[in-house]
Design a protein around this ligand. Sequence first.
Ligand SMILES: Cc1cc2nc3c(=O)[nH]c(=O)nc-3n(C[C@H](O)[C@H](O)[C@H](O)COP(=O)(O)OP(=O)(O)OC[C@H]3O[C@@H](n4cnc5c(N)ncnc54)[C@H](O)[C@@H]3O)c2cc1C
Length: 321
Amino acid sequence: MREAIIIGGGLAGLSAAIYLGRARRDVLVIDAGHSMAVWEPDVQNYLGFPEGISGEALLERGREQAIRFDAKFVEDRIVETSGRCGEFVLKGDHDEYRARRLIIATGLTHLPPEIPGVKECLGHSMFFCKDCDGYRVQGKTLVIMGATDDAVEYALSMLMYSPKVYLVTNGEEPRWDECHAKWMEEYEIPYHTGRVVSINHEKRQIKGLCFEGGRELAADYLFTVRGDAYHNGLAISLGAAVDADGQVEVDHCMQTSVKGLYAAGCVTPANCQMVIAAGQGARAAQAINRDLFEEDIATHALRRFRQVQVRTEATLPEVVE
Ligand SMILES: Cc1cc2nc3c(=O)[nH]c(=O)nc-3n(C[C@H](O)[C@H](O)[C@H](O)COP(=O)(O)OP(=O)(O)OC[C@H]3O[C@@H](n4cnc5c(N)ncnc54)[C@H](O)[C@@H]3O)c2cc1C
């Protein structure tokens, strides 16, 4: 039985592991190895890396740091969870695990539009997140894909970065309301309703969007209004509440609606940023450390630990004459 298990070794899970390791807790990170961070070759908004760092390198460094503080790692995919605070039981593809406290840090997957060429450009010239990538596309020709109020607001917000912003609905009828339609007019945002059949790209750099009928729109970067799939199944199976979007609900300590079950990172309302995921992981770990401490005091488990210290180590301060 571990004191704490973290499912997910992305930014949130690694940060939690560092905190729990440094709190001298027996912590295991179980990770399937598909962090979204690997899609970003040049993270520019993570504190402490003025030259930028790749998402992959950030993960490697985080893992190294957690190992330094004795966190243990196993590569596995958890498929089933049961139990409750004090004894959560996890079944993986390879093994079974038990822990007194559990952190779900399983993240989400942004679903890219299924258009030939999109996958190759992912993270290089096709993006999901303006906070991550808006800054790097200043002055370029930007296409926002979407047909909703959100898409209109996305397009308008990108005017901070470039005067050349287009909206493409990819074959959908616009679903923005009257107010958003007025803003489209007021800010003179052009839009196309044609279906995009492929992305013209060279070495992962978008050159244009090819429409049904043969027309091509020159573009440098494509952003889509995110279709997000939250990896919330394990949390739900333990009884945790999720909101209408599927994000796991947490309190200010990152505890879910289930006692002893915590969640951190993009599976919660974290606005899916690395630095926020890391902060949430730290918060969850601090809360678990406190929670375990209180339980150990109440059950006298800390006393058993102390008895060993008193028996085997010098515990009284030396008196200096
Ligand atoms: C193209 C792209 C660019 C981005 N650029 C930036 C950027 O510049 N700046 C920024 O702040 N953010 C950026 N992001 C977002 C960033 O990747 C996320 O904010 C961050 O990875 C979230 O961390 P997390 O720990 O919540 O989830 P993740 O890092 O995705 O980690 C979740 C982990 O949980 C594991 N997992 C899931 N289910 C299971 C299971 N059942 N059993 C075991 N393990 C499981 C997964 O394999 C994965 O390793 C970008 C994302 C994308 C897609």
